[in-house]
Ligand binder design. Sequence first.
Ligand SMILES: Cc1cc2nc3c(=O)[nH]c(=O)nc-3n(C[C@H](O)[C@H](O)[C@H](O)COP(=O)(O)OP(=O)(O)OC[C@H]3O[C@@H](n4cnc5c(N)ncnc54)[C@H](O)[C@@H]3O)c2cc1C
Length: 417
Amino acid sequence: MLEHTQNQTCVVIGASHAGVNFAFSLRKQGYAGNITLIDIDPTLPYHRPPLSKAYLTSDNDIASNALKAADSYIKENIKLMLGTKVAKIDAEHKHVIMADGTNIQFDQLVIATGARPFIPPIEGLTTASNLYPLRTAADVTKIKTALKQSEHKRVVIIGGGYIGLETAASMQKLGAQVTVLEREERILARVTAPEMSSFFQQLHADNGVNVLTSKNVASIQTNNGHNQVICADGEQFDADVIVVGVGIRVNSEIAADAGLTEDNGIHVNESAQTNVKNIYAIGDCAYHYNPHFARFIRLESVQNALDQGKVAAANICGKDTQYDTIPWFWSDQYDIKLQMVGLSQGYNKIVKRTEPSDNHKFSVWYFKDDELLAVDAVNNAKAYVLGTKFIKNRSKVDKQKLADLTVDFKADTLVIN
Ligand SMILES: Cc1cc2nc3c(=O)[nH]c(=O)nc-3n(C[C@H](O)[C@H](O)[C@H](O)COP(=O)(O)OP(=O)(O)OC[C@H]3O[C@@H](n4cnc5c(N)ncnc54)[C@H](O)[C@@H]3O)c2cc1C
């Protein structure tokens, strides 16, 4: 136990993956003072990834999806203030002010405010019937209820990113007739190679989901609760339920108002510290330096939220620790498990390795000249593990051998010494 922290208070804004795991990690690392976790969401903190996957298709209560059991907060003496909004941070006087005007003094402040769905300025969107984003447990409840109550179960999903596509797969499983409208020429255009986009496009087609690209939604007309989604090219789609999944906006306004440096997220150094002493930012809201890729990035992934929470906790407990992780992310659609490691931006060569398998099993390797930047592994945990190792070690990988199925898929044979 760190006795010098006994009379201190650490306040955490945001009780989701980053904030909750930070708080438990802080306690584990010996912090003896008060830990207060604050969140607008009234629900006991829960896992977000299943919201568009297994949780969306199940009838389980959100409690089955909790990050930690309710009594574990009590056991670790972590105070949870749910349904509470922090309206302002007073960095100078070291307190946070709630929307109801009350305030809490802090010695250390951790901002883990994450992100909110971006709601595009589409004409008629705000008056559409049964139109929801998908970020919270409450959003899922509304989507499920609307689907159950709709007669024809026609679902239009605006946006063909991971959340849109996972939602499409889940809604299809629930018996809906699903159309995905993507503005770009291919789905997942921002995050993956054309090979992966084509694979997912086909996968959805095979499962009866209508994925349409180059479809820019221009307006939504709603009459008597019936929606007509109208694209810029004039094509129209009937929709009983509409899900909007077109990206996020970082919740960084209260940080910026408090004078913290902010630009595509809250700027933090390798120790998760902002430009103000004793104020940290972690998770989706943090614009951080990644030493491996030698640039500032902002990630939207659970692993990043957990890792940065651990780093902030260690630093608050006096252990000089730096964030140095290779980003990774996963997505589940139908019976496909996609694991992605690294950052593919800037690649100029791709190698695809397809394993003999009844179910799709392949990996796409992204290179910039001889440097391996990232790997997308489909139903292939080994490719994900090897890729992580190679990227971390900056191994030079023999591209020809990588594509050659007669060559053993292991480090000894693939790495050029
Ligand atoms: C549907 C869905 C599926 C996903 N699937 C995956 C996946 O498969 N793999 C993966 O790695 N990642 C996935 N993600 C992303 C992952 O969930 C996020 O990266 C992760 O939740 C980030 O955690 P966080 O704690 O930084 O932010 P968030 O989870 O966004 O939490 C921030 C919290 O802060 C609270 N808050 C904000 N402002 C205030 C305020 N002023 N006062 C009080 N509280 C405030 C919010 O209510 C929220 O609870 C998915 C996300 C969604 C929405």
